[in-house]
Design a protein around this ligand. Structure first.
Ligand code: ADP
Ligand code: ZN
Length: 606
């Protein structure tokens, strides 16, 4: 079988994606490979196809015990003999699986890195014919990243202990130079093919918002995509709890996920999400590494992440099926200050001397600044991301909020001076509302009650609307020129540089948004299905749900949304036509082809 035949027969795809072929060729030719591809680019295929074509077994080392079952289920559905060995098996199941592995029943075996160190596994590995060692999430070997797994350091010794060192492939979505070097050096890869594919994900729409009320903005984002599957990332466990409860109170079927929950609840919530019982997952960054649910339609970041790597990896979990999906970041100045606090007050990594810890902190602050730059840029967001990862990109992608909006910069130095003076002169006792009313010269109960109309700054910004004054106050908060006191009734206080602003009114530039550009500039996205096609799509979805339930697997493992859409669009009548649809290989055609064809026929003849 050729690699093209394997692609069609098992996976049902017609063509390789960028980078896949070169990596597959290298591994098949016995050369190590280091593949750096963004989430959703199709890394797994790069080792799964060689696994099918090489004579022996492929071991896939993955840190994600909880996901192995799904990965293996998906492979078995496609007719690939696969298994996993990890702590979720009982000892008897484990021994049984090892026996079968010894008997050569599997082409692909997923193992957790810790497993490599056990005697039982080592004795199996010494006698087995292992052709390929695929190291997934290979950045876990590097102490530079947040996902460091000490047991990854044992992988090269394990490889060397085998009678014949297998070919090694390392896979990650993390692209920083330090991590790349660490992977190659620590895994002891031998002059590997280094493949880095383009980082652009064309189907993703990027958006940054700075809402006054994040919860309201989130609700709008979620309600605007009813029934669609989405992930909401929050910075802390506490925020996860709060936001999840908030959504549930408003009738959104949301589940939560963070490291503070019992393992059992985590597993259950994750499953509810995978099986579409809770289409919205509210989570910390503990959720998602290796989640390959392909129909996530949006990822909202409720807080700004700590760096661009984390952001792009998390946001990239949207739209893995290649269909349009959105990545929305809800930014506030507070996120930056929290990030800074965590870096400067966080616990230093174990075993680091003070100088090294200081260097690491400096680097983290630098990354946080770059992340902040993304939230504040007025230029194309996609270009910002791609340049960050060392790739050039055009000025206007037509598919991010900045390319669809015009921004205006206004100079607000004199207005800032009035605001700061007003706060200083009234003793830093008042909240945003009263200060804005005072500056606008409003005649309200509070203004009268506190005699604000006697203050020097009363009406100083009467030419602006209260909304505009609030916008300027928010800008000064972001700049750190003002701060808000903690507690239930936050009052405005003076921050650093406030004195300078009050005295000298230095020039300050605030970005403000203008109306949307005409829709014509939007990039062509695949059109929505129309009329009867949409209806058929819904019927096929229902059939998929029934089928999945009967088999006890998540719906996307049966067919992806993309495949269903294509089915609804093409409306195949025969098995041969059906096999032309992307995502339907031999095993799936055999297993589900008839029932899907029947559904289509019934629909067309009704
Ligand atoms: P990664 O591990 O790089 O994040 P995956 O391996 O999970 O990405 O692949 C993402 C999705 O793309 C999966 O649904 C996969 O089946 C699909 N895919 C991979 N390669 C191809 C291809 N050549 N043609 C079409 N779809 C593909
Ligand atoms: Zn853009």
């Amino acid at each position: 079988m050729t690699k093209e035949e394997a692609l069609k027969t098992y996976f049902g795809y017609d063509a390789f994606r960028g980078g896949q072929e070169a990596v597959i060729d290298a591994l098949l030719a016995g050369r190590d490979a280091l593949a750096i591809m963004p989430t959703g680019a199709g890394k797994s295929l790069c080792y799964q196809i060689p696994a099918l074509l090489l004579p022996g077994i492929t071991l896939v080392i993955s840190p994600l015990v909880s996901l192995m079952r799904d990965q293996v289920t998906a492979l078995v559905q496609m007719g690939v003999p696969a298994a996993f060995l990890n702590s979720s098996l009982t000892f008897r199941q484990y021994l049984l699986a090892l026996d079968r592995a010894r008997a050569g029943r599997y082409k692909i075996i997923y193992v957790a890195p810790e497993r490599l160190e056990t005697e039982g596994f080592q004795s199996f590995a010494r006698t087995a014919d292992i052709s390929l060692l695929a190291v997934d999430e290979a950045h876990c070997i590097s102490q530079w990243g947040q996902d460091f797994r000490p047991s990854y350091l044992g992988i090269p010794a394990f490889a060397a202990s085998l009678p014949r060192r297998p070919v090694m492939g390392a896979f990650t979505a993390t692209a920083t130079p330090e991590v790349k070097e660490d992977i190659q050096r620590l895994l002891e890869l031998r002059s590997p093919l280094r493949m880095a594919t383009g980082f652009d994900r064309e189907n993703l729409f990027f958006e940054v918002r700075q809402p006054a009320d994040k919860k309201a903005a989130l609700l709008e984002a979620v309600r605007g995509r009813p029934g669609k599957c989405g992930i909401v990332y929050c910075a802390t466990r506490k925020t996860v709890e709060e936001v999840c409860q908030f959504l549930r109170d408003r009738g959104v079927p949301a589940a939560r996920y963070h490291a503070g929950l019992e393992a059992e609840e985590r597993r259950r919530n994750q499953e509810d999400f995978l099986y579409d019982r809770s289409p919205v997952m509210v989570a910390t960054n503990a959720f998602g590494m290796g989640i390959d649910k392909s129909d996530v339609r949006y990822v909202v970041h409720y807080n700004m992440p700590k760096d661009m790597e984390s952001y792009y990896q998390e946001a990239g979990r949207a739209g893995r099926d290649g269909l349009p999906a959105s990545c929305v970041l809800l930014y506030s100045g507070q996120d930056v200050r929290t990030g800074e606090y965590l870096i400067t007050h966080g616990e230093a990594r174990e075993g680091l001397d003070e100088a090294a810890a200081e260097r690491l902190r400096e680097r983290d602050l630098q990354r946080l600044r770059q992340m902040t730059g993304y939230c504040r840029t007025r230029h194309c967001l996609r270009q910002y991301i791609l340049r960050y990862f060392g790739q050039d990109a055009p000025d206007d992608c037509g598919a991010c909020c900045n390319c669809l909006h015009n921004f205006r910069e206004v100079e607000v130095g004199r207005e800032a001076q009035a605001i700061v003076r007003c706060i200083a002169e009234t003793g830093q006792h008042f909240g945003v509302g009263v200060i804005a009313e005072t500056l606008c010269g409003a005649d309200t109960d509070k203004v009268r009650k506190y005699h604000m109309d006697r203050e020097a700054q009363y009406g100083a910004l009467a030419e602006l609307s209260q909304r505009a004054v609030r916008e300027r106050i928010r800008f000064l908060l972001d700049e750190g020129i003002l701060t808000l006191s903690p507690g239930p009734y936050p009052v405005l206080q003076l921050g650093e540089r406030a004195e300078d602003v009050a005295q000298n009114a230095p020039a300050l530039y605030m970005r403000t948004m203008e109306e949307e550009r005409p829709a014509a500039v939007r990039r062509q996205i695949p059109p929505e299905l129309e009329g009867s096609q949409a209806e058929l799509f819904q019927r096929l979805r229902a059939l998929r749900a029934r089928t999945a339930r009967r088999q006890g697997v998540p719906a996307y493992v049966v067919f992806s949304d993309k495949t269903l859409r294509e089915l609804a669009f093409v409306q195949p009548r025969t098995m041969a036509e059906l096999r032309l649809v992307s995502g339907i290989g031999e095993a799936k055609a055999g297993r589900y082809g008839e029932s899907f064809l029947r559904e289509i026929r019934d629909f067309l003849e009704r």
